[in-house]
Design a binder for this molecule. Structure first.
Ligand code: ATP
Ligand code: MG
Length: 246
């Protein structure tokens, strides 16, 4: 792996970069994914590379939605797989959600490589290879999903999703949980629950909230009802513009 002293002030950020590079080398992350990582990193720097309180609330609400769903799916793209493979498998296990590989720049090789990488990290069933469902309103390749996966889901967690697809999924009536460091990204703006946090911190924290909320429908409903998407977006943007206000 990589030889970085944990005491390095930007340890996490360097580790993240290294994982994305390794993802490209393994054929699971696209070259576009490298650029997306750079955009994310800039926002993370401005947020102080930490989970702000409003993001923690969003992560709790997301956990509650996943647990109370009829059919929840965690969507996995090349960046998500490179950064948090084991953590995604664990989240799916704790919440009972399906894992589905879902790529903006879709190739069969990359889908298979990501599915295999998730299996190496303990996943038993990975969706995304059937691709017999379509998201209405998108061109052919971008529209593909599994009919019994994202196609049938009432709740989807989409990390780092493209704006058009996030919008189209929302129009299908799905509850969308979006992880995106940019509070002005269209994906964040159309989300039922926008999570303005680094996926590296967000996924384990959603899992921790899910462990806490599991078996308690009243607490789940409360986390869902008390979360306000507009306030969360505003709080994140204010933190970026004005620094540490929380
Ligand atoms: P649009 O407004 O159409 O959505 P975009 O610039 O957001 O355009 P995307 O491909 O959706 O294009 O960009 C990926 C998003 O993922 C960016 O908003 C970026 O900030 C975010 N991102 C990148 N890396 C991470 C990460 N590690 N954790 C969370 N979000 C990330
Ligand atoms: Mg976006």
């Amino acid at each position: 792996d990589v030889d970085l002293p944990e005491s390095h002030p930007r340890y996490e950020s360097l580790l993240t970069r290294h994982r994305i590079e390794a993802g490209v080398d393994r054929g699971i992350t696209s070259r576009q994914g490298l650029i997306a990582q750079g955009r994310g990193e800039a926002f993370d720097y401005l947020l102080g590379e930490r989970t702000i309180d409003s993001a923690d609330d969003a992560e709790r609400a997301a956990a509650a939605h996943l647990l109370s769903a009829d059919h929840a799916v965690v969507s996995v793209n090349g960046n998500a797989a490179a950064l948090v493979p084991g953590e995604l498998v664990e989240l799916a296990e704790v919440t009972g959600a399906d894992l589905e590989v879902n790529l903006f720049n879709r190739t069969e090789e990359r889908i298979e490589a990501i599915a295999e990488y998730l299996r190496e990290h303990g996943a038993t069933d990975v969706k995304g290879l059937t691709a017999d469902g379509r998201i209405p309103g998108l061109d052919h390749e971008r529209a593909k999903v599994d009919a019994d996966g994202i196609g049938a889901a009432d709740v989807v967690l989409v990390p780092l999703e493209d704006g058009d697809r996030a919008e189209a999924l929302g129009e299908m009536g799905k509850t969308e949980l979006v992880i995106d460091l940019n509070p002005r990204s269209r994906s964040a703006e159309v989300a039922t629950v926008p999570i303005i946090d680094n996926i590296i911190r967000a996924i384990p924290n959603i899992t921790e909230h899910a462990r806490d909320l599991r078996g308690d429908p009243d607490a789940q409903q409360d986390a869902i009802d008390t979360f306000d998407a507009d306030s969360a977006l505003t709080a994140a943007e204010r933190t970026i513009r004005e620094g540490d206000l929380e």
